[in-house]
Design a protein around this ligand. Structure first.
Ligand SMILES: Cc1cc2nc3c(=O)[nH]c(=O)nc-3n(C[C@H](O)[C@H](O)[C@H](O)COP(=O)(O)OP(=O)(O)OC[C@H]3O[C@@H](n4cnc5c(N)ncnc54)[C@H](O)[C@@H]3O)c2cc1C
Length: 602
């Protein structure tokens, strides 16, 4: 089974993306054009990304005092990606795009995640430009977004500060109006920003001629005080080099690289501490980075959520593809490595040939768990991408339903692969034995790269609180109900298809238990939040059981691919879904041992 075969099944047989060609925006497309995009990305990923994945791990980005130095391979890979047109793939023809469905774009990008997840600066650039398409003025779109889509410039998101990561309401970067004419600038209301932004991915490099930072900052009130909480946060475009309205570069803006962060993994991406407005590059004789406001004052976080939600699905996809890369590597290894003999007659005979480790029951167990995690996660991510397409081009009822499903599924799409595809990477190391723990094989790097995903874009704990504390109660519980209705549709289909009744009943039961616990936690909010992570885990496993059952219902041939899908689904129901019950029991228990323990007793 190849990654391409998995993607083809999910896109064409399960999600039926060809139906999207009936919509006006995608009318020029068909299976051939979709396949051509997939072929191109698969080829570039294979030729320009995969061969250099180890190199970018060992040759970390370095700052020579003037500029950030990246390996030549990163520049080449970036060039090839830009030339493929993928940065603008989902955009309109007028924006230089292909009007490709987001689902196909996501599937095509999956090849890069598998080949070398941290090479290049693409996901943030596209997310940044998409935010401007949603919230920027036509001028901001024409000047900034357009040059990100065509690859001349790259984009970042600057939220975190050294003292404010999970708690963005505590950011202290200030934005003050730049002169009496600040409202008249054609690029947007003009401000001077001062502050420090920590952990900024792709914050400085020379892959592109300019970098468009999207920065959260607070505008002081008339007494010069920052408004507490998220209400005070606004959003600004702060380019590394200032530009005119035709996109011509001008002087350097006052954004300085304070240093690089040296990371456990994901080393192909530069990660930076940036100083805004410290006077290192004075603009028009003054310290202060020039920034152009996007959206209204105080609406910054709401606008930024556009990018954060996309980035969360992107993080989930990255985690998924690392899980997939580890699975494929360990499958390949297990097919070749001879070790030991099978129990049973002749098993103790040292003269008999050794078997390959794929013949050992425990290795098969570890491979099938990885398959269930990685392929299940890929299905979930592509399902979410299909929902994004419904939001963009569906009818009003389709759009509404898709939006509700996305609200409740986004924390799962981000967190589930981050946790379980990381576990898959750990199992991939285990399948390799001692060799997996060395740098001679790629799996330890996959694990290190994947370890990031439970941390950035909202930590695991924060995602769990968002799910239990907010998402499941949104719109008076209607978003949860929408998911329940969709899930029960699969249950009913499974009941009418021979061989799946047991799984249909188990899923229906698990959903009822999840609803009961959700209700219980809502009655006693204090009980809920300390238990938010086990709740997230139970929710995630139930969602994945639904996804697997839905996929398995379309796996109806005797080919090896469909056999594998049905087996992974049965395996998930037999060995993984039962864990949800235990996690829900832990939530219901409302145990406060950790919360009540005096600090000195830890
Ligand atoms: C490699 C990398 C790339 C990144 N890229 C970017 C980027 O491009 N742009 C950007 O803006 N940021 C970026 N980040 C920042 C990232 O989003 C933050 O690291 C993350 O949000 C956590 O913030 P923190 O590191 O300050 O940890 P903290 O917020 O201090 O959290 C530490 C621990 O405390 C827990 N915790 C904190 N608050 C609560 C609470 N209220 N309830 C329960 N538990 C809590 C957390 O879950 C976590 O386990 C990146 C980070 C890394 C490591």
């Amino acid at each position: 089974m190849t990654l391409r075969a998995v993607i083809d099944h999910l896109l064409y047989r399960w999600l039926q993306v060809e139906n999207l060609c009936q919509r006006e925006r995608h009318a020029d497309h068909n299976r051939q054009t979709f396949d051509a995009v997939l072929d191109t990305c698969q080829r570039i990923a294979h030729d320009k990304f995969a061969p250099y994945n180890r190199l970018i791990d060992t040759q970390e980005p370095r700052f020579d005092g003037e500029r950030v130095v990246l390996p030549a391979a990163t520049h080449e890979a970036h060039r090839a990606y830009v030339e493929s047109g993928m940065l603008a793939a989902a955009q309109t023809y007028e924006m230089g795009g292909m009007q490709l469905p987001f689902t196909v774009e996501s599937a095509a990008n999956a090849f890069f995640g598998c080949a070398s997840v941290s090479m290049g600066a693409h996901m943030l650039t596209v997310g940044n430009a998409n935010l401007l398409m949603a919230h920027g003025t036509p001028m901001q779109q024409a000047v900034f977004a357009a040059h990100e889509f065509n690859g001349r410039w790259a984009g970042t998101m600057c939220l975190s500060e050294p003292q404010a990561g999970s708690s963005l309401s505590d950011i202290v970067t200030r934005a003050e109006p730049d002169g009496p004419d600040h409202e008249q600038d054609p690029l947007g209301p003009r401000y001077r920003l001062r502050g420090h932004k920590m952990w900024i991915s792709n914050g400085d490099h020379e892959l592109t001629e300019n970098i468009v930072h999207l920065v959260l900052a607070k505008i002081p009130d008339s007494q010069g005080q920052l408004v507490p909480g998220t209400r005070g946060i606004s959003l600004f475009i702060v380019p590394k080099f200032l530009v005119d309205i035709r996109g011509q570069l001008q002087e350097r803006n006052d954004v300085a690289l304070a240093g690089l962060n040296h990371k456990c993994g994901w080393r192909g991406t530069v990660n930076t501490l940036l100083n805004f407005g410290e006077g290192r590059y004075p603009v028009r004789g003054q310290a202060g980075a020039i920034g152009y406001r996007v959206g209204e004052v105080g609406e910054g976080l709401r606008c930024m959520f556009h990018m954060m939600n996309e980035a969360r699905i992107g993080v989930g996809m990255a985690a998924t593809m690392l899980g997939m890369a580890g699975y494929l590597a360990s499958l390949d290894y297990a097919r070749q490595r001879p070790q030991g003999r099978l129990p049973g007659p002749g098993g103790k005979d040292p003269q008999s040939p050794m078997v390959r480790i794929i013949e050992h029951a425990d290795v098969r167990r570890m491979l099938l768990i990885q398959k269930a995690y990685a392929e299940g996660a890929l299905a979930l991510e592509l399902y979410c991408a299909r929902l994004v397409d419904e939001c963009h081009t569906g009818s009003e009822p389709q759009r509404q339903q898709a939006q509700q499903l996305l609200e409740v599924l986004t924390p799962i799409a981000k967190s589930w692969p981050s946790e379980w595809c990381l576990e898959a990477n750990s199992l991939a190391i285990q399948v390799h034995g001692g060799y997996g723990y060395t740098r001679d094989f790629p799996v330890e790097q996959y694990w290190r790269d994947n370890r990031l995903n439970m941390i950035h874009e909202g930590t695991h704990g924060i995602q769990a609180q968002d799910l239990l504390g907010r998402k499941v109660r949104m719109q008076g519980g209607q978003v949860l109900q929408a998911l329940g209705e969709r899930l029960m549709r699969t249950v009913n289909q499974a009941k009418n298809q021979p061989g799946w009744i047991e799984q249909a009943d188990a899923l229906s039961q698990s959903w009822s238990e999840l609803l009961a616990t959700t209700h219980e936690a809502g009655l006693q909010p204090d009980m809920g939040l300390p238990q938010a992570v086990p709740y997230l885990q139970a929710f995630g496993h139930t969602v994945l059981a639904w996804i697997w059952l839905d996929v398995a219902l379309t796996a109806d041939t005797e080919g090896a691919g469909d056999q594998g899908r049905r087996a992974a689904c049965r395996f998930f129901f037999a060995h993984e879904l039962p864990k949800a019950k235990t996690w829900l029991a832990s939530v219901s228990l409302g145990d406060r041992t950790a919360v009540d323990l005096p600090e000195e007793a830890f």
